[in-house]
Write a protein that binds this ligand. Structure first.
Ligand code: RP5
Length: 169
């Protein structure tokens, strides 16, 4: 029998929160992007209107548990990011989820925070989910040279992919 102890995973520095399990199909790409950069994260479902006490509990404990950045995704009357931002001084990145009106309701609800409590808002859906992860890595990279190098390499690879493209003419 293998008695080797499992290593404890590094404590999460990024929290990916979403209003519904139905958001996970998109937000999983945020998680996968953080995995590529080897940034430890936690992902949870909590809703500003269906489970407000859970949101309050999470926000009160987040900083002390080592979270540095919160990514909050919600759709429709999307107030999860704004509510979280009001409850913590950690930076909150909002990702508007697609909706029955193409995510415009989610976008405006997330981006249009009144002055004083900012939410850094990304694009609607998949692009926003992936960019929220990259932006979180860039923020963490301010004090982490290894992460900074990973961002530089990521961009070099993106450019190399573009240079490879050959069209007919
Ligand atoms: C929001 O309502 C969620 O963030 C989700 O985007 C949207 C729809 O939720 P479900 O009805 O699929 O649970 O709170």
């Amino acid at each position: 029998m293998n008695k080797a102890k499992k290593q404890n995973p590094a404590p999460a520095t990024v929290a990916i929160l979403m209003g519904s399990q139905s958001d996970w199909v998109v937000m999983e790409q945020c998680a996968q992007t953080l995995q590529k950069f080897e940034v430890p994260y936690t992902a949870k479902v909590m809703s500003a209107h269906r489970s407000p006490s859970l949101v309050h509990e999470f926000a009160s404990d987040a900083e002390v548990s080592g979270i540095k950045i919160i990514i909050a995704a919600a759709g429709g009357a999307a107030h999860l990011a704004g509510v979280l931002a009001s409850l913590t001084t950690l930076p909150v990145l909002g990702v508007p989820m697609n909706s029955k009106i193409n995510g415009l309701d989610s976008l405006l609800s997330t981006v249009q925070m009144p002055k004083g409590i900012p939410v850094g808002t990304l694009a609607i859906g998949e692009a926003g989910a992936i960019n929220a992860a990259i932006l979180a890595v860039q923020i963490l990279a301010i004090y982490d040279e290894t992460l900074k190098q990973k961002i530089i390499d990521f961009r070099k690879n993106a450019e190399a992919e573009i240079r490879k493209i050959k069209l007919e003419n």
